[in-house]
Ligand binder design. Sequence first.
Ligand code: FMN
Length: 191
Amino acid sequence: MAEGKTMALVMCSTRTPRLNPFIAAYVLDQLAPLLAGTAVAAIDTIDLADQQLPFYDEPVLPACLPGADPTPHALRPRAHAPLYNWSVPAVLKNALDFLFHEWKGKPAGIVSYGFRRGDTEGDMAAAHLQDVLTGLRMRPAPTAPGLITTAIMIAACTESGRVSEYDRTRWRDAGVEDQLKAMARELLQGL
Ligand SMILES: Cc1cc2nc3c(=O)[nH]c(=O)nc-3n(C[C@H](O)[C@H](O)[C@H](O)COP(=O)(O)O)c2cc1C
């Protein structure tokens, strides 16, 4: 296994207010101890809200840029993707479209969240993203944890600054922590 890798935690929702920073902090809390002492030396958080990317309108396909010198970016993403109309937010797809060689070959973990999961929508969003990442020649981890959220969570998290113990317990009981552990193992095996 290679040493000193950096994992990027990509925040994929840019609206205000949003649940995403609180979900990202929760996932980071869970992952940090699992990755301590492994080949992942650091976790960088990349907030797409800070990138201010325009809609992709470059004349050249990212896949046609020289692989040896595509762009200054080099990411190993794990995406925290909210469910928007049975898929991922357009801002995430746009960010993925901007690069090719930088994504290619890298392992990726998907954590999705939305009001529903397990029957249709949440799984569909994660499955859409898995397809897109596979199209980018990435290697999505088979385990893709999904968090069921509620309409009151944004206001509650914004007020308290974090995901409540009630929701953490609810997710733990639903097996989310075990899924995050499995996903971390799969990502490490893919390095
Ligand atoms: C444009 C949009 C579409 C949505 N579509 C769905 C949906 O299809 N199914 C669902 O369960 N929740 C849906 N939601 C609810 C979101 O999953 C929920 O609001 C979540 O908090 C969004 O993440 P964010 O706050 O980080 O942006 C949608 C929300 C938005 C803003």
